[in-house]
Design a protein around this ligand. Structure first.
Ligand SMILES: [Zn+2]
Length: 428
């Protein structure tokens, strides 16, 4: 598990992209723009830390936390002996300034650290997504509490001895926070089945390139469906004393190898019959943005111009940083860079994981969400590009309308210009 022994993270699927590489390349400094006047709310099982900007949200979070605790403590057969800290930030930008852990980056949706069992997470603009991450991190608090026998800071030897793989820890956290039916996980698993690369449990354990969240989620969903969710608590509890293999054998009567074969069979039985009903995308379409045509490894959030001739996308062009580019929609050849994310002292980064370059059909209202110091803001991209296409006042009206619309959407992506506390981004 490498670093994750101490710090399990809930990341977005894109967390291995350019941002961590950039951070490592330039060192570990973390910019802190402001100091937070933290206060706390005590509930029966949690100390909720918040600052005045987010008091309303923190009160809701306290209720969500107790509701989640009631469910998880029943499934996992475990009660906390003391209150656990939950530290809330009003936004992703604020969250990235936390000094609870040194982890940072846009791909981090929340984090729970082992030694004090502290869960740290931001509000996302979507309560559904916030509740998912809150419950995900709370599952880690339960896991750590079981391994440390209710004493924060203890249990390091147990954790090292059990050495639970990420599919076990993160898959369990995803299953118990997202539930058994999830379109994203279904997409991953269906694709893996159809393409013939569904991993075994052994491969998930040993191959660091297999993303453990989605396959682990699918595996725990299979276990929950077949044996009932209560076996999850049994397995977690007995893994602390007997190790994983014995824990699964005792609860399910199956070795990990048998379980792996059963699970893969079940997935293939479910999805392989669909092979005859669907064309693969490459049979009816050709990729436009590719390494060969467009350089780079990352092509995100493409948005066509109204005439369909060009498209804007977030890409790395083989470098460390993700910028906003404009490409020919026919050939995929890159025409120009619209925003250079790292060499503009007005802002910190493009929110490339959850942003897009929206272009309205009635006009090209190019905009992107950027982290500008402490606030994420809707940003007009390169004025000179737009001046040649559109008049400025109309752009402003469209941008303002777009801003209102996104702020009010359930998965609000962007902060209000004057109030970044509302804010940004759906998670992992
Ligand atoms: Zn996690």
């Amino acid at each position: 598990m490498r670093r994750t022994v101490v710090r399990l993270i809930v990341v977005l699927g894109l967390s291995t992209l350019a941002t961590p590489a950039a951070a490592q390349y330039f060192g570990q400094n973390k910019v802190q723009y402001r100091s937070f006047n933290f206060q706390s709310i005590q509930t029966e099982h949690f100390d909720i830390y918040y600052y005045p900007d987010e008091r309303g949200g923190a009160l809701d979070a306290a209720r969500m936390a107790e509701r989640a605790y009631a469910r998880l403590s029943r499934i996992l057969h475990h009660q906390f002996q003391s209150r656990k800290p939950i530290i809330l930030y009003a936004s992703q930008s604020d969250f990235q300034q936390t000094n609870v852990v040194d982890a940072t980056g846009e791909g981090l949706g929340g984090v729970t650290e082992f030694f004090k069992h502290r869960a740290v997470l931001p509000f996302t603009g979507s309560y559904a997504e916030f509740e998912h991450v809150l419950q995900h991190e709370m599952v880690h608090q339960f896991q750590y509490d079981v391994y440390s026998r209710g004493r924060p800071g203890a249990g390091v030897q147990t954790l090292v001895a059990v050495n639970p793989p990420l599919w076990f820890m993160e898959g369990m956290a995803e299953y118990l926070s997202r539930g058994p039916i999830d379109p994203e996980t279904a997409m991953w698993v269906r694709d893996a089945a159809l393409e013939g690369h569904l991993p075994s449990i052994e491969e998930m354990t040993n191959d660091p390139y297999i993303f453990p969240y989605r396959y682990g989620h699918a595996l725990w969903a299979y276990i929950g469906e077949k044996w009932g969710d209560e076996v999850i608590g049994e397995i977690l509890q007995s893994s602390a004393t007997s190790g994983l293999e014995a824990a699964f054998k005792r609860a399910l009567g199956r070795s990990l190898e048998d379980l792996s074969n059963d699970w893969r069979d079940a997935i293939q039985t479910t999805f392989l019959p669909q092979l005859g009903d669907h064309y693969r995308a490459r049979r009816i379409a050709e990729p436009t943005l590719t390494q060969r045509h467009s350089r780079g490894r990352i092509f995100l959030a493409p948005a066509l111009t109204p005439d369909g001739k060009r498209l804007a996308f977030f890409g790395d062009q083989g470098g460390f940083f993700v910028d906003l580019w404009l490409a020919d929609a026919e050939t995929g050849h890159v025409l120009q860079r619209l925003v250079k994310s790292t060499q503009n002292n007005n802002y910190e980064s493009l929110r490339f994981i959850n942003s897009a370059g929206p272009r309205r059909p009635e006009r090209a209202a190019d905009a992107a969400v950027v982290a500008r110091r402490t606030a994420a803001r809707l940003h007009r991209i390169q004025q000179r590009v737009h001046r040649s296409l559109h008049d400025q006042s109309r752009w402003d009206r469209t941008a303002a309308a777009h801003q209102r619309q996104v702020c009010g959407s359930p998965s609000g992506v962007v902060a209000r210009r004057e109030d970044h506390r509302v804010r940004d981004r759906p998670g992992r």
